[in-house]
Design a protein around this ligand. Structure first.
Ligand SMILES: Nc1ncnc2c1ncn2[C@@H]1O[C@H](COP(=O)(O)OP(=O)(O)OP(=O)(O)O)[C@@H](O)[C@H]1O
Ligand SMILES: [Mg+2]
Length: 333
């Protein structure tokens, strides 16, 4: 089954063709980072406009690169929740129009179900059930994945997401948007013990919930007191800030894997591209005896191959959505 996936929930316009939920025949992403960089975050109105400009060429490129035509597509999957409503609507309207003119089945995909499915495009994906750590720009949660579409959230952030902590930290340090990858790069040559940052909600009673807003405030206080450093001191500050995020994520993941007796752990979402987190989780897995699965960095951040793969599982279960499918800005997993 060949599924065309379309993703436009935030600041990436993406389309992909995926076969049987396993093989990406094409995977096209048009990033809007340049559009939003000067504002230090995504401007929703500008995102919607850029999606409108990009969506048709991106879909065409995905079909061309897959060596396929719309006639040969068996279904259309589109992110319809959660995200910026104006941005979601562009992808959704495109998908509905294509479904209407071709008569192909349409399914809406929850963006996080997409992130959770990215790993199934890799050889040797995790078996069910497994534990998933979702760490993205807007979400941070630990989820027990019993099967495709059968999810149980064990805990989530009570305030900022891990990606938000990276981006807001980077903004404070004048490192541009999105800042996660910049902090990651600087942190690689820094001393993670140079500055003591808080590890929030790590006591057992907080279970699998997270909080990152205090960390951001701690960085703000540090910068107010000492200014923004440069050179090695900036690398040290980034390494220390990143270590505080990574340590909390790893500690909670270890605890959840142990508590729920899960021996397979996947990490997904943009922050899963973080080299420090990838290394720390692999080390924790070796020590605790769980196996860690992480998509390649380009499949951690937003893409449409993961949406097509998640859509495949809905279509394979016989699920269909009508042309009244709506965009939902905020939707539980
Ligand atoms: N190497 C990295 N280290 C840390 N963070 C990173 C890295 N690469 C990307 N990120 C972060 O990942 C986030 C983007 O991830 P993603 O594209 O999944 O978010 P989103 O789609 O905007 O949010 P959501 O998926 O929650 O709706 C940004 O916050 C970005 O800074
Ligand atoms: Mg995302």
């Amino acid at each position: 089954m060949r599924v065309l996936g379309i993703e436009s929930s935030c600041d990436e316009t993406a389309a992909a063709v995926v076969e049987d939920g396993r093989v990406a025949l094409s995977d096209v992403v048009a990033s809007q980072h340049e559009v939003h960089a000067r504002y230090g975050g995504v401007v929703p109105e500008l995102a919607s406009r850029a999606h409108i400009l990009n969506v048709v060429p991106v879909v065409q490129a995905a079909l061309d690169r897959a060596g396929t035509t719309l006639d040969q597509i068996d279904g259309i999957a589109v992110t319809n929740a959660p995200g910026l409503v104006g941005a979601l609507l562009v992808g959704l309207q495109t998908a509905k129009s294509l479904a209407w003119v071709t008569g192909k089945p349409l399914v809406g995909v929850h963006h996080l179900a997409g992130h959770l499915t990215a790993i199934y495009l890799e050889p040797d994906p995790p078996p069910m059930p497994h534990l998933a750590l979702i760490v993205s720009g807007g979400h941070t949660s630990l989820v027990r994945v019993n099967g495709h579409g059968d999810l149980q959230e064990l805990g989530a952030t009570r305030d900022d997401a891990a990606g938000e902590a990276f981006d807001k930290g980077a903004k404070l340090l004048g490192l541009g948007y999105p800042g996660g990858a910049v902090i990651d790069k600087l942190a690689a040559t820094g001393n993670p013990e140079a500055v003591a940052f808080p590890r929030s909600m790590t006591a057992g009673e907080h279970g699998a919930d997270f909080s990152f807003s205090g960390l951001k405030t701690a960085l703000l206080h540090h910068v107010r007191a000492h200014g923004v450093p440069d050179g090695q001191a900036l690398a040290d500050l980034c390494a220390s800030y990143q270590a505080a995020i990574v340590e909390v994520l790893v500690r909670k993941t270890r605890r959840a894997a142990r508590k729920h007796g899960l021996e397979h752990v996947q990490v997904c979402g943009g922050v899963a591209a973080n080299q420090g987190l990838r290394a720390a989780l692999r080390k924790a897995g070796e020590e605790d005896g769980f196996r860690v699965y992480i998509p390649p960095p380009a499949r951690c951040t937003d893409n449409a191959a993961m949406i097509a793969a998640a859509g495949y599982h809905r279509l394979a279960r016989g699920e269909r959505d009508g042309l009244d499918l709506d965009a939902v800005p905020s939707a539980p997993l």
